[in-house]
Ligand binder design. Structure first.
Ligand SMILES: [Zn+2]
Length: 121
């Protein structure tokens, strides 16, 4: 069961959230600077519960996330970090599509690793 996130964050809650968000980096990612959970996602405490920061940002701007959709950090839109809370980098996808993209992103990271090693060698 997923936690239903409030769409009606108060101004105070929103400020507390935005305080932990960096300005866009060169990828356009707005990185979360607060707590992290395992898996590398940002974590935000909201109304006594721990919630995922990127889901909070999405819900605040676009409304509820359907139960049968994942919120993907969209690689094709330039997103390079799971700590990113830039809603322009996020997209609702089916879990199957999310899994497919995860494989593509992993390959990309592996290729960067190879190039780095070649550079150093
Ligand atoms: Zn991003």
């Amino acid at each position: 069961m997923r936690i239903k996130l409030p769409q009606d964050m108060t101004r105070w809650e929103l400020r507390r959230f935005l305080d932990k968000v960096d300005p866009p980096n060169m990828d356009g990612c707005k990185l979360w600077t607060g707590a992290e959970i395992s898996g590398g996602y940002g974590q935000f405490k909201l109304r006594g519960r721990s919630v995922l920061a990127h889901r909070v940002a999405w819900t605040h701007e676009n409304g509820p996330i359907p139960d049968d959709r994942d919120l993907d950090h969209n690689f094709a839109r330039g997103c390079r970090s799971k700590l990113c809370v830039n809603t322009a980098h996020l997209e609702l996808v089916t879990p199957a599509e999310n899994q497919r993209r995860r494989v593509v992103a992993r390959r990309w990271r592996a290729s960067i690793q190879v190039w780095t090693e070649l550079d150093e060698g």
